[in-house]
Design a protein around this ligand. Structure first.
Ligand SMILES: Nc1ncnc2c1ncn2[C@@H]1O[C@H](COP(=O)(O)OP(=O)(O)OP(=O)(O)O)[C@@H](O)[C@H]1O
Length: 508
């Protein structure tokens, strides 16, 4: 087996770039070859590498093994326990800023950029060898913490676990959000391809990568996947995921502590900065200024920046032009709401992750009725599974109907505002983001008014609620749109026809 592995590694070394070889193949360790089953077991140092090699190299390794052993061989990848992804840590704080502190993190938030001083005056350590950096693992959207421990094959040495935990605490990456469990379809394939490209060639392909789309469509998932891939490729990569609101709060803390030098030192030294929901920078001038400096510094050093937003750069309001033009200078990709088949695939994948068998007709039922975003789909699936378990009933369509009764009636015959926005945007060939953007050219303003009108007609939402879902518009704007479209409809046959088609499409 050792001989085979040496030959296999040599072959792959010739076929791959040196970076790919040392990132993915060199860390693999052959464990055993089971003669009777013709199964080759190979260990990967962590979960990301494991997922990556399984998706990208298992076929090639299997074919080399098949040639070598003169019979079909299956390759099974396993985690090499000592370097596995860390268990979800209780937020750890260095007790004195230097060692691996085991004390629970304090309640008052500390500077999110490391090496700062907490309100108690203690310095909070950062850097390799420091177990805590004074940051909190939170469950909020802003800073998801590692969610789940990778299964341990054997107990890992404590120091390795601490080190690994440190990496994930500092980066704030959620280890569960990886490429492997990101379902791809028409709605997100370009964004995913760009994300993969950036993960493989950080800083040199698309910089910045700007991903935008409506709520719950997978932007955060995708950027964590990039971060996780980068950490997997390079253990000491300086990666940081941060929600834009948290960045604003870091700037405020830097002000309070007169610590802009530390702030800059930290942000300007990253290899990868993932910043989520940049629209939250709107109107925050000092934050924008600091982000501008960080952006310039990182791009000049060919360090990667990835940004997400609810709309495309030119549509961002309250953001300086110099930032907008920089956001636009790399690659901008949209993530659209998923179509039916993709929603089904997502549900099946989520169920598989939970080790639950979800009959396809149940997945179709849920996907047909909940159309707007993936977060909503996940919530519905969780409800159905919990309901079935609680009532001791098998997972079937009738259980779904009972479990999702509220959701189904709230969406008033299954039509949601998000779905209306998507349907109308597709019909008029504009971007979904235009539905909530501030732009007002006629080719956008009319479809937006039509969507508002349909939202009022076909859902239970109030005028203020609709206004909110259309980029925070006032209810009088919605009222104006509803009145205008209903009046025009009675006079213009063509508009009436279009509305009829849209209504039929939405009612399915
Ligand atoms: N294509 C996908 N495959 C699998 N899971 C997905 C996919 N898209 C989204 N999800 C899941 O849906 C949930 C919501 O996704 P995420 O938080 O990434 O959305 P978002 O676009 O960042 O939303 P927001 O704008 O509210 O921040 C997450 O649990 C994510 O894992």
């Amino acid at each position: 087996m050792e001989d085979f592995w040496q030959t296999c590694a040599r072959t792959l070394e010739q076929e791959l770039t040196p970076q790919q070889y040392s990132a993915w193949i060199r860390p693999l360790v052959p464990l055993a070859f089971d003669e009777s089953l013709a199964v080759l077991r190979v260990a990967a140092p962590n979960r990301f590498k494991l997922d990556w090699v399984r998706s990208n190299f298992s076929g090639r390794i299997e074919s080399l093994a098949t040639q070598w052993f003169h019979r079909p061989v299956q390759v099974k990848f396993e985690l090499d326990a000592p370097r596995m992804a860390p268990p979800r840590p209780a937020p750890a704080q260095s007790s004195n800023g230097l060692g691996h502190g085991a004390a629970p993190a304090p309640q008052a938030p500390l500077a999110d950029f490391p090496a700062g001083r907490g309100p108690d005056g203690h310095a909070y350590g950062y850097g390799p060898g420091h177990g805590g950096n004074g940051v909190h693992a939170s469950n909020g959207h802003g800073a998801p913490a590692p969610q789940r421990p990778a299964p341990a094959a054997r107990p890992a040495p404590k120091s390795d676990l601490n080190e690994a935990t440190g990496i994930y605490e500092r980066s704030r990456l959620n280890v569960d959000l990886i490429f492997d469990n990101f379902v791809t379809g028409k709605a997100n394939q370009l964004a995913r391809a760009a994300a993969l490209q950036v993960a493989e060639n950080p800083g040199t392909s698309y910089n910045p990568l700007f991903l935008y789309g409506g709520v719950g469509l997978g932007k955060t998932h995708l950027i964590h996947a990039i971060g996780n891939a980068m950490v997997a490729a390079k253990d000491n990569a300086r990666v940081r995921y941060i929600h834009a609101e948290q960045f604003v709060s870091d700037v405020v803390k830097a002000y309070q502590r007169k610590a802009f030098d530390e702030f800059k030192r930290y942000y300007h030294s990253l290899d990868l900065l993932l910043i989520d929901d940049i629209q939250f920078f709107s109107g925050k001038n000092r934050t924008q200024e600091e982000f501008f400096y960080a952006f310039e510094a990182l791009v000049a050093l060919r360090k990667q920046i990835i940004i997400t937003s609810d709309t495309y750069p030119k549509e961002l309001s309250g953001i300086e032009d110099r930032l907008i033009s920089r956001f636009d200078s790399g690659l901008t990709c949209a993530i659209e709401p998923p179509e039916l088949e993709m929603r089904v695939a997502i549900l099946l994948k989520k169920a598989e992750t939970e080790d639950v068998h979800l009959p396809e007709e149940v997945a179709f039922f849920i996907a047909k009725h909940l159309r707007s975003n993936v977060r909503e789909l996940e919530g519905a699936l969780r409800k159905v599974l919990a309901y079935a378990k609680f009532h001791g009933r098998p997972i079937a369509v009738d259980v779904c109907k009972d479990a999702l009764k509220d959701l189904l009636s709230v969406s008033n015959g299954q039509i949601t505002v998000e779905n209306i926005q998507k349907t109308v945007a597709d019909f008029y060939k504009i971007k979904v983001a235009d539905m909530y953007s501030k732009r007002r050219p006629a080719n956008i303003a009319l479809p937006r008014q039509i969507a508002m009108y349909l939202a009022k007609e076909l859902t239970q939402k109030s005028l203020p609620e609709i206004g909110e879902l259309f980029g925070g518009r006032d209810h009088t704007t919605v009222l104006h749109a509803v009145r205008k479209i209903s009046e025009s409809r009675s006079k213009q046959a063509e508009l009436n026809h279009s509305l009829h088609v849209l209504e039929q499409t939405l009612k399915g």
